[in-house]
Design a protein around this ligand. Structure first.
Ligand code: COA
Length: 473
């Protein structure tokens, strides 16, 4: 068993070595302090836009680097665990032994959410997609009246340091003002110690509540969809071990637990991706962390974001069932379809997360023979796509290409892959929301108006007559 752990660590360190071999320059891009207003080239969908500064995570897409709070993600996968990594993201430093002890105790306490599960079980879980149920469950986590809901905590105009955002002319140019247009002192948002036992819906405790709560809810969704009762969390197991235990009802073997732990670390944070941005946008309006995380879950559910891993395994199963990889790929190309699990908005080289998950998926295939045919298809597909599009279009496997195979080997059904992604990413969402709120400025980009001007209002009775006629072919 110990040798398995060493094997896994070595595979991760090998992946790190391989990644380092491809780094042309270690000069970090986009790592300087911003002088507002900033000039940058922006594409549609805010591509290239710099919206804030952050000390939480760094992604270098051209070099294939991913860093959390200064630590290389390869090292965190090799030596750390999800508890430590989520602490690192939230608090900014690795914990001491006693800090980690206390943090773990809180995480364990928050695993037990019977009232939330009871509420969730009353809903139409079978008829909803798992991500929608997860979002609902996240809102149920906040079912009590929280500190933020109380009259005492409600923000009033007298608390504002400045004016309402919409009270200024809309289309002004940025002046470089660093403070929020509608701003409150940060301390005003956090429940003062001893005022009430109620949760303040923003504190670090709320973040931990969400980190543990999303794991329990996800495991319960998986079981309820399979007509099984949720499993009571274990206080003894690690975050990853308990997650697998709550999903399967069986205490996981050390290899499964470690691999799940690595997968959780790898998905914990990733720059200003769509779901992180969605959480931050909601939080920036002075909403709260539960509702912000709910928005992150909604954004993550899309096929272009977290939903891709499910599409990957679907494609791999389809190829394995009755096809050969080459002809399947040619057909996709002919139909101009994108290959799920390849390409990335930021990485224009191998995604470092795929570098770790690929070897781990292969490692698992050694003992879980059922996954061998799928693994063979994945490896062949990777070779073909990289040979065709690697140099030409900088298309390489992304995190989703191998994560599905890893989850599959762990016995997790395909439609639970994206909720698992959320179980991990909640650490990044909450950490970034917290960081942003310390210097909050409501998100407010603008669009250019390309519609008409000076149209004359037409009473309804006259409109039909004026409807443009369809041209005859
Ligand atoms: N398969 C085949 N070709 C792909 C591709 C893929 N997965 N991803 C991108 N390309 C091609 C595009 O067709 C385009 O070719 P063109 O220049 O000839 O038109 C070129 O590469 C650039 O594509 P574009 O969509 O502009 O890249 P992007 O950076 O905006 O998009 C993704 C990134 C992730 C949305 C895109 O790669 C994709 O849809 N991948 C599949 C879904 C997926 O795995 N998502 C998870 C991401 S973690």
């Amino acid at each position: 068993m110990e040798s398995d752990q060493k094997d896994i660590t070595n595979l991760i360190l090998e992946a790190k070595k391989e990644a380092r071999r491809h780094i042309v320059s270690v000069e970090p891009e986009f790592s300087q302090k911003v002088k507002w207003p900033v000039t940058c080239t922006v594409g549609p969908g805010l591509e290239g836009a710099i919206a804030c500064e952050s000390a939480i995570g760094y992604v270098n897409g051209s070099q294939g680097c991913l860093i959390y709070r200064g630590y290389d993600v390869f090292d965190l996968c090799a030596y750390s665990n999800y508890e430590e990594v989520s602490y690192l993201l939230l608090f900014g430093h690795l914990p001491t032994e006693s800090q980690l002890d206390e943090y773990k105790k809180k995480l364990v306490k928050f695993r037990f959410i019977p009232n939330t599960l009871r509420r969730l079980m009353g809903g139409p879980i079978d008829e909803m997609m798992p991500m929608a149920v997860l979002r609902l469950g996240t809102e149920f986590l906040r079912y009590r009246l929280t500190w933020r809901d109380s009259e005492f905590a409600r923000l009033g105009p007298e608390d504002g340091l400045a004016a309402d955002e919409d009270s200024i002319p809309m289309e002004t140019m940025p002046t470089g003002e660093e403070h929020a247009i509608y701003e409150f002192p940060y301390e005003r948002l956090v429940r003062p110690a001893g005022v009430s036992k109620r949760d303040d819906a923003l504190s670090m405790d709320s973040c931990m509540h969400l980190i543990s709560g999303l794991a329990t809810i996800t495991a319960a969704i998986m079981r309820l969809r399979d007509d099984k009762m949720p499993v009571e969390p274990s206080s003894e197991l690690s975050h990853a071990g308990n997650l697998l235990y709550m999903m399967t009802g069986v205490k996981p073997d050390p290899v499964s637990e470690r691999i799940m732990d690595v997968a959780l670390i790898l998905h914990a944070d990733h720059g200003m991706n769509a779901s992180t941005f969605a959480s931050m946008v909601v939080a920036s309006t002075m909403s709260d962390i539960y509702l912000s995380v709910g928005s992150g879950i909604a954004a993550l559910s899309g096929a272009l974001h977290g939903g891709a891993n499910e599409l990957v395994i679907k494609a791999i199963k389809e190829i394995a069932a009755d096809d050969n990889v080459e002809s399947w790929y040619e057909r996709q190309k002919a139909r101009k379809r994108k290959i799920p699990g390849f390409g990335h908005r930021v990485y224009k080289t191998y995604d470092p997360r795929a570098r770790v998950l690929g070897p781990l998926a292969k490692y698992m295939a050694k003992t879980r023979k059922g996954t061998v045919p799928l693994m063979a298809v994945a490896e062949r597909l990777e070779k073909i796509v990289v040979a065709d599009l690697g140099k030409k279009k900088k298309i390489f496997p992304n995190v989703d290409f191998y994560s599905g195979l890893v989850y599959n080997a762990l016995g997790i059904p395909d439609d639970m892959f994206t909720p698992l992604f959320a179980v991990s990413r909640v650490a990044g969402w909450t950490a970034r929301v917290h960081e942003y709120l310390k210097k909050n400025r409501i998100f407010r980009p603008r669009s250019t108006y390309i519609g008409a001007f000076e149209k004359e209002y037409m009473p309804i009775e006259r409109r039909a007559k004026k409807m443009p006629r369809k041209k005859k072919k």
